[in-house]
Ligand binder design. Sequence first.
Ligand SMILES: Nc1ncnc2c1ncn2[C@@H]1O[C@H](COP(=O)(O)OP(=O)(O)OP(=O)(O)O)[C@@H](O)[C@H]1O
Length: 223
Amino acid sequence: MEIEFQRVGKKYDSGQEALSQVSFHLRQGEMAFLTGHSGAGKSTLMKLMMMIERQTSGQILVDGVDLRILSRRAIPYHRRRVGVVFQNHQLLFDRSVFHNVALPLQVSGVDPEQTAKRVRAALDKVGLLGKEKYNPMALSGGEQQRIGIARAVVNKPQLLLADEPTGNLDPKLSAEIMNLFQEFNNVGVTVLVASHDLALVARMRHRVLTLNQGRMVNDGGFA
Ligand SMILES: Nc1ncnc2c1ncn2[C@@H]1O[C@H](COP(=O)(O)OP(=O)(O)OP(=O)(O)O)[C@@H](O)[C@H]1O
């Protein structure tokens, strides 16, 4: 998936201007990092890409299509093409690893046989195939984050967004999670990862987008 922001602004109803004149182009199959201080606008930028929030000025083009022209009915279709990973992975602890990963497929009405196949393929990619029957509570922090990643990729998204995916993990586990994103990128998925961890970001040697108080202050250089 290809994303282009053209002078995008987002002002919340509270009057808070979260993004201002943000322009950048994320090419099909590219991997990039998004950095910036707390409150710089990283989450807001990702919410605009998922159409959870709408911009108040400027244009967002996805594969050349202006998101503003999408009808209400087209929004769920757009969201299925975007996988999202959060820091606090938002797992459901009253069901198994398998059922956590299956959730997006059930929402999309995929049949049980196809669901089982795709859930196992996603768990295999993140190295958790043997743990499908476990309760997520019984798994380590790093493994829980992998469940969140499996759930994000089970719909085979064309864009993978991750908001502070390594926030609570130690350096070794953080590096492993970043390598997983790299593997999805290697097979053609466009990837954008928001991270505070500048040392880790620098080691990955990808493009770095930096926000400061809602403005894009650096694009292209390494952190
Ligand atoms: N729903 C909302 N209503 C009003 N203001 C908001 C809302 N969401 C975010 N903001 C404000 O917009 C600004 C950008 O917030 P955002 O969450 O995008 O930053 P961030 O870079 O992701 O921060 P963090 O690293 O702390 O998650 C902040 O000033 C925040 O308080």
